[in-house]
Design a protein around this ligand. Structure first.
Ligand code: C2O
Length: 534
């Protein structure tokens, strides 16, 4: 395996979208940022140099960071931010991982403009477990605000109200076609008849789960979150922010121009963001005036489409790629997640949105948790995060129900190599909502999902322990639950949070602390010498 060197320079760049120009925080002046290419087992070194006035960090979303938690990136969880004028060398190995992932800033809302794809090819001489495509394409879905996103989040925090929704959805940075703004074209996927394409689709949006659809073409999903799946055919992909889906497309329509639509999913909430992002698939030799073949876009509340897609995903579970689902459980956890309100004297209407897990709304520390853990610095966190709700209630009943939240910087401690079953229950305090939840440091198996309150007597009987899909981010259905399992074989401190940035901001986050094991390879490596200080 190789060492891959990358240089990420964080700079402001004047960027024009929706007919207006504003400076945005970018990596190397690009939106979206550069794609990081590597092969399985490669060692990746990324020098991040900060030339903007904001503190920055970068997270390699889905990279397991085995024993290298220092390079994981969430600000104040595994590292202090890289301050203006400073730099830091992220150093990690892609042990046993191949597929599509993403990198993004992991501080405030900077990931709205600082993100890009990670493409991990299999080791040389190892083929894909599906027919070799003629070409590969990275497709990054994002959001664009006319306002500065740091101003959007500050305004939301000051008023205690939900932040303004974005003004457009983007495909590889294109917000177009923008009427009356001829300089901005739409993203176009150029194809040749008869060829197959591997589309590596990344949802890098800030606050939206998205549908992805191409008119007149089916897609065959072969991998999600850098884990191979049993191939399945669908006309619609569903991705929460932070998720990736790799799918084969056969260009078999001869000629023509076809709409690519990305549209948000939100099945209960009032502030509906229903802008559709548009691009085109275009056959070579198709005349410029060819009309576009349209597609029916799933409605914003197409819950059934999300269920069908989620339930169709299965691990490949072949001889080469077995699904090693933990069959016994050492820690059986139950987390209720959702949004509530807290009193707030300085807020516009006396209260503010707050989000919590088991009624604990996470407060960011000012020293990174991993440093506090490694150097045994007292007073930064407590390890009493509740593994069960403190006050059980009817989680999916009529809101409001159990509004009480408490603040805390609490972690849940896991013994090295212990097995964890976590049932994540969406609650309906205020209103139920779908939550794409992400675990750092691990892949997990999604062994079950359902609507309503989880039934500990009946639901486990239906768990799939044979070929459940393996992922790093999972959408917990609206007023429903998802059950996952993983093995805590990665020592360190690992963030767990809703990947809708607004919910993370409001406190829907916590961390797992995995103790070192006893063997020589069972402890976290020492911190890099250039680790930023707070
Ligand atoms: Cu992609 Cu903690 O995030």
């Amino acid at each position: 395996c190789k060492i891959r060197h990358y240089s990420f320079t964080v700079v402001l760049k004047n960027t024009t979208r929706l007919c207006a120009t504003k400076p945005i925080v970018t990596v190397n002046g690009k939106f979206p940022g550069p794609t990081l290419y590597a092969r399985e087992d490669d060692n990746v070194l990324v020098r991040v140099t900060n030339h903007v006035q904001y503190n920055v960090t970068i997270h390699w979303h889905g990279v397991r960071q085995f024993r290298t938690g220092w390079s994981d990136g969430p600000a104040y969880i595994t590292q202090c931010p890289i301050q203006p004028g400073q730099n830091f060398l992220y150093n990690f190995t892609l042990t046993g991982q191949r597929g599509t992932l993403l990198w993004h800033a992991h501080i405030s809302w900077l990931r709205s403009t600082m993100h890009g794809a990670i493409v991990i090819l299999p080791k040389k001489s190892v083929p894909y477990p599906f027919p070799k495509p003629d070409k590969e394409k990275v497709i990054i879905l994002g959001e664009w605000w006319k306002a500065d996103t740091e101003a959007v989040v500050n305004q939301a925090m000051q008023t205690g109200l939900p932040p303004n929704i974005s003004d457009a959805h983007t495909i590889n940075g294109h917000a177009g076609p923008v009427p009356n703004c001829s300089s901005e074209g739409a993203y176009t996927l150029h194809v040749q008849n008869g060829r197959t394409y591997l589309l590596r689709v990344v949802n890098a949006a800030v606050n939206d789960e998205l549908f992805f659809k191409i008119a007149g073409h089916n897609l065959t999903v072969v991998e999600v979150d850098a884990a191979y799946t049993k191939p399945f055919k669908t006309d619609t992909l569903f991705l929460g922010p932070g998720q990736t889906t790799t799918a084969l497309l056969t260009a078999d329509q001869g000629i023509g121009k076809y709409l690519i639509a990305i549209s948000p999913f939100m099945d209960t909430i009032v502030a509906v963001d229903n802008l559709t992002g548009m691009g085109f698939l275009r056959y070579n030799h198709t005349l410029a005036f060819t009309p576009t073949t349209l597609t029916s876009i799933p409605p914003v509340n197409a819950t059934a489409v999300t269920s069908v897609f989620s339930e169709a995903l299965r691990s490949l579970n072949s001889k080469e790629y077995p699904a090693n689902v933990p069959l016994t459980v050492d820690h059986s956890l139950f987390f209720t997640i959702g949004v509530g309100i807290n009193p707030c004297a300085t807020c516009f209407n006396g209260s503010r949105g707050v989000a919590a897990i088991n009624n604990v709304s996470f407060v960011m520390p000012t020293t990174a948790l991993l440093q506090a853990h490694y150097y045994s610095i007292k007073g930064v966190f407590t390890d009493d995060f509740p593994g069960q709700p403190l006050i059980p209630f009817n989680y999916t009943g009529t809101p409001p129900s159990n509004l009480q939240t408490m603040n805390g910087t609490r972690v849940y401690r896991l013994a090295y190599n212990s097995t964890v079953q976590l049932v994540i229950q969406g609650n309906s305090i205020i209103a139920p909502e779908s939550h794409p939840t992400h675990l750092h440091g691990f892949n997990f198996f999604v062994i079950g999902r359902g609507v309503g309150n989880f039934d500990p007597n009946k639901d486990p009987l239906k768990f799939n322990l044979v070929d459940p899909v393996e992922r790093n981010t999972i959408s917990v259905p609206t007023a429903g639950w998802t059950a996952i399992r993983f093995r805590a074989d990665n020592p360190g401190v690992w963030f767990f949070h809703c990947h809708l940035e607004v919910h993370t901001t409001w406190g829907l986050k916590m961390a797992f602390l995995v103790d070192n094991g006893k063997g020589p390879n069972e402890s976290i490596l020492p911190p890099p010498i250039d680790l930023p200080q707070c």
